[in-house]
Design a protein around this ligand. Sequence first.
Ligand SMILES: C[S@@+](CC[C@H](N)C(=O)[O-])C[C@H]1O[C@@H](n2cnc3c(N)ncnc32)[C@H](O)[C@@H]1O
Length: 255
Amino acid sequence: MTVTKWPPIFAILVIQAIVFAGLSLVLPSANAIVGFAIPVFWQMCGQGVASAVITKTFKFGWGWVIGQLVAPPMVILALASGLPMWIYPTILILLVLVFWNVATNRVPLYLTNTDTSAALLKLIPKKKTVKFVDLGSGLGGTLRYLASQSAENQFYGVESAPLPFALSWCLGKFSGNHNLKFRYRDIWKEDLSEFDIVYCFLSPVPMARLFAKAQAELKPGSLFISNSFEVPDHTPNKIVTVKDGRKTELLIWKI
Ligand SMILES: C[S@@+](CC[C@H](N)C(=O)[O-])C[C@H]1O[C@@H](n2cnc3c(N)ncnc32)[C@H](O)[C@@H]1O
């Protein structure tokens, strides 16, 4: 079955819907067996457990599985809490604006740490001026750090999640770094030919396609650097292991 190829947000909603339909069918028999009407909260706990098990069966990551487990009972708790109804759509809209690319590209938002940014700085050649791009630049922290430490080079962020882009753009302006620009754009629409160094911290999902794009568009001698995620069937030319808590690996290919 191709569930794992669907956009995950769609797949998890379909799983919840199928489980809901299945449990609705067996609920009358379950009530008869236990001898009382099973409270809605416990029904939703069952909904969460069944959805989580099916989601794990389809090899989704633990984040999705835990989300599937806790979401149904949380909805009941939230409704019972008496909070004003506008809060729920507001939270949902904010989450969508931040985690825009989880649903479509399977890339969540997590951030490059300072030790890794410092390791990236060391990889920038000193002899010539370079253009460095962070594909999926998130809140832009890595680029603000690099731009402040390396005034002679140009730094670009490409981001399509609305809220992280807006924040990175504002923080970039406040930082006063004139060698720093953010583009509100899908990384697949960005022409990479102008860049000397491409950095990305995405997920395993887009790596093969992104590396093919980099190979097609980057100038010979440019660097393609992936934080943590390998490119299937392509061994990196160099791996830098950062001395941080998670021993981050920067995988580096020379094009
Ligand atoms: C794991 S975060 C990394 C953020 C930042 N590069 C850092 O290292 O701190 C990945 C980012 O890529 C963005 N992203 C994923 N797919 C994208 C796409 N197709 N176009 C633009 N941005 C994308 C996500 O919205 C997210 O902000």
